[in-house]
Ligand binder design. Structure first.
Ligand code: SAH
Ligand code: SF4
Length: 381
């Protein structure tokens, strides 16, 4: 989503930035609200459609600004109503955005980076390496594109998106400023007016940025735990070697307690057969989380080629859930949606132009047939 030379893309500006922009071109700050509503409520990208702006202002805006949405490469709709967009970002890579309708809710799963540098062993995004951070316009642009797909522009769009989860490709806390700006627009009434409880940032555990997040926004937090002890987590989620469980859980607990009453941490736990799904793992988890206000979301592993992992059986999943449930935890199992369009968690592959060359290394390792060693290593713990 490259900017036309010299023009400011208004799509990614927060209310404050938009006011500063209007001031910088010698206009009144209140214009910010008018233009934000056109962009985010009505999905408009043409200044001439902004009927409450005078012709002179519209011409001035056309000369120095633009509203440039992301390039949509494809849009698929699954048999169960799940929608998936493939979006090309400025770096040339593609990322994916998924919309999941459920009863009265509509959840949009948004990407923050093209690829991911953190290399969790069971994640297909991680296996592709890292290419680039998305700009704020590219992050909020995913909400803009999805929202537009539910209404006729420029008629006001219905509230199809009630929740946003930063659980697409990438680690959102490693693209901090752009993700925070985009989340501010999601929550702003001039943007999408989504409640702070319904915007969720998911992290694999970048501890210093969890501290930083609390200074800027009060969105809900999800932690990708995946292992109840450091030895196993070091294998599955390598950033654990830098920020082990004790410091990580302390940071999450501090973040949650600042949010005030009735806010809980979401614990995401991808179940990998014979790796982290045994009764002893559930027992360790119970001990680890006993003092943390949390709800647990179990994600049955979504396979991708050559991952080296398997999804546990339904009985295995239920057994794990029951153990946690009997210990008093609120536990849900994430149902797989959009399977037929490869839109499930961890199946978002996009097309990442890998700068870290991890994907090449991954393929090379696979060819040596040693990927099973990695899994066996993880299993020892
Ligand atoms: N980087 C962030 C957010 C994106 S991943 C994070 O790690 O939290 C969203 C969730 O999907 C994470 O909990 C992630 O661990 C999980 N996930 C990744 N690959 C998966 C797979 N193959 N099957 C099931 N869940 C997966
Ligand atoms: Fe990155 Fe999250 Fe995948 Fe880990 S699980 S590699 S942090 S996207």
């Amino acid at each position: 989503m490259s900017n036309t030379v010299g023009k400011t893309n208004l799509l990614g500006l927060t209310q404050l930035q938009m006011e500063q922009f209007f001031e910088s071109i010698g206009e009144k700050r209140f214009r910010a609200g008018q233009v934000m509503k056109w962009i985010h409520h009505f999905g408009v990208d043409d200044f001439d459609a902004m009927s409450n702006l005078g012709k002179a202002l519209r011409e001035k805006l056309k000369a120095c600004a633009e509203i440039r949405g992301p390039e949509v490469v494809s849009e698929d709709i699954s048999a169960d109503g799940t929608r998936k967009w493939v979006i090309r970002v400025a770096s040339g890579s593609c990322v994916e955005t998924v919309y999941i309708p459920q009863d009265k809710r509509g959840t949009l799963c948004v990407s923050s980076q093209a690829g991911c540098a953190l290399d969790c062993s069971f994640c297909s995004t991680g296996k592709q390496g890292f290419n680039s951070n998305l700009t704020a316009a590219e992050v909020i642009g995913q909400v803009w594109v999805a929202n537009k797909s539910f209404g006729t522009v420029p008629a006001k769009i219905d509230r199809a998106i009630t929740n946003v989860v930063m659980m697409g490709m990438g680690e959102p806390l490693l693209n901090f400023d752009n993700v925070v700006a985009a989340m501010q627009i999601m929550m702003d009434d001039l943007g999408y007016g989504i409640s702070k409880r319904k915007v969720t940032l998911s992290t694999s555990g970048v501890v210093p940025m969890i501290e930083e997040l609390a200074k800027h926004v009060d969105v809900s937090l999800a932690l990708s735990l995946h292992a109840p002890n450091d030895a196993l987590r070091n294998e599955l989620v390598p950033i654990n070697r830098k920020y082990p469980l004790a410091v990580l859980l302390e940071a999450c607990q501090r973040y949650i307690s600042r949010l005030g009453e009735k806010r809980v941490l979401t614990i995401e736990y991808t179940l990998l057969k014979d790796v982290n799904d045994q009764p002893e793992h559930a027992q360790q988890m119970i001990a680890l989380l006993k003092d943390i206000p949390c709800k647990i979301n179990l994600i049955p592993f979504n396979p991708f080629p050559h991952s080296g992992y398997e999804r546990p059986s339904n009985n295995g999943i239920r057994r794990f859930q029951d153990l946690l449930h009997h210990a008093g935890f609120n536990v849900t199992v994430r149902t797989t949606r959009g399977d037929d369009i490869d839109a499930a968690c961890g199946q978002l592959v996009g097309q990442v132009l890998d700068r870290t060359r991890r994907s090449e290394r991954y393929i090379a390792v696979r060819q040596l047939g040693s990927e099973s060693d990695t899994v066996a290593g993880a299993r020892q713990n």
